[in-house]
Ligand binder design. Structure first.
Ligand SMILES: O=C(O)CCC(=O)C(=O)O
Length: 241
């Protein structure tokens, strides 16, 4: 991350990067998910085991380079899921998360001239999200808020609904107050969420990724799927970008 990007992430608690996934891959991923869902359209779905292309995305060199700044050299994948919505999808509009939420796991701190984070969300859009479509909302800057007994209403002027395109990614810290509002866009929402943790911590059950190990195609992917531990943990070998 360059200085401007670090400034933006520090200021807002989230940042958007453009064109991470090539259009042909977006199409293929959508086809794989459509085929797996066989005409159903669940709000939340699994995808990591559908095809190696999703394992490759877990280890996307550009993403990992950014995660290295945000989480550090010992980062690990914590869990994944997809989210999709149409105007028919029923959701309870909500805001949740925030600094030190979930037993203190959601954290954001600066020390020794760098940021220290807990669980981080990398959300890849597989369909465009246009202004006002709904879906992900957040309160920019709330990862540094000093009052955790209050959350604004979802229609507050403090709440934003970021727009980004298929193939783009939005990264946010779970320490950011965030949530979901009803989808009003003409098309469908579909996004893949890869959540990364520091190597010493986990949000999911510690062995939750074990079933995916046999699908890993190289050491980098296997290292990302390691459970949380500290002693003798080696840093990731980050790929060239
Ligand atoms: O994108 C959304 O609709 C909500 C995502 C969310 O709540 C989360 O990642 O914790």
């Amino acid at each position: 991350m360059n200085e401007a990007e670090i400034y933006e992430f520090d200021l807002n608690g989230y940042i958007i990067y453009r064109d991470l996934i090539a259009p042909a891959d977006v199409t293929r991923m959508n086809q794989l998910i459509d085929a797996d869902q066989g005409g159903n359209f669940p709000h939340s779905f699994g995808f990591l085991n559908l095809d190696p292309v999703f394992m490759d995305l877990m280890a996307h060199p550009r993403t990992l380079k950014i995660m290295r700044t945000i989480i550090g050299d010992w980062l690990r994948l914590d869990h994944t899921y997809g989210l999709q919505m149409t105007r028919e999808t029923e959701v309870r509009d909500n805001l949740h998360g925030g600094l030190r939420a979930d037993h203190g796991e959601h954290q954001y701190q600066w020390a020794y001239n760098k940021m220290w984070n807990g669980l981080i969300v990398v959300m890849y859009a597989l369909e465009d999200i246009n202004p006002g479509d709904g879906g992900l909302i957040c309160v920019p800057g709330s990862h540094k808020a000093n009052i955790n007994s209050y959350k604004p209403p979802v229609d507050s002027h403090l709440v934003v609904n970021p727009a980004f395109k298929a193939g783009d990614m939005l990264i946010f810290t779970e320490a950011l107050v965030h949530g979901t509002i009803t989808w009003t866009g003409a098309g469908r929402r579909r996004a893949l969420l890869y959540k990364y943790s520091p190597g010493y911590s986990t949000w999911s059950k510690a062995d939750a990724l074990d079933p995916y190990l046999e699908m890993a195609q190289n050491d980098l992917q296997r290292d990302l799927l390691r459970p949380p531990y500290v002693g003798k943990r080696t840093p990731l070998e980050f790929p060239e970008v």
